[in-house]
Design a protein around this ligand. Sequence first.
Ligand code: CA
Length: 235
Amino acid sequence: MARESIVIVEDEPDIREVIEYNLSREGYKVTSSGDGQSGLETVRKEAPDLVVLDLMLPGVDGIEICRRLKADPLTRGIPIIMVTAKGEESDVVLGLGVGADDYVSKPFSPKALMARVKAVLRRGSLKEERGAGERLVYGGLAIDAARHEVRVDGKSEEFTATEFRLLHILASNPERVFTRDHLIRRVIGEHAIVNDRNIDVHVRAIRKKLGPYREVVRTMRGVGYRFRPLEESEE
Ligand code: CA
């Protein structure tokens, strides 16, 4: 079976080897780089399906690599999973802000990384199948953009316009981590006078209405939110 190709950019040999080993064992085609400059060149040359990118690198750092890859039309569509130091939430926010798709924090288990890799690759293939105004169905949860309707186990639930937009953005991009700032811009608008708490209040209201599916809206502590379909609990 032909599997996706993945480029790893990581300067610590031990960690690089662990990632290489685990990805190769899953059947992915793996290419590695030990510094930022060669990492950029490798990604441009390989055009992989995914990049696993350490943020702390000698030379060109991970944030800058991410920024350059997302600025280049040739590499813009390649998803990036950042590897961050423990507790560096500001790095996560920065990385997501320059277009990274997801992150794992050191120390991470190979299992957690594999779950992120599979989710991001799956999302890439789903994105192409998915139209703009259609119906999103996750088990007993159905979100109908055209009718502006959310059904929970067949029963229609009343959502405010803001709650609906918030849930729809999250559910249209399962597994993608959204910062609160991003959600405020997308859902409430650039110029609205709101703070992070407002988003949290909307999320609480959404969860209440989702009843048995409340867990699909996950809090990423210190960062924001992500939508995770219930049947996919790999971690
Ligand atoms: Ca490093």
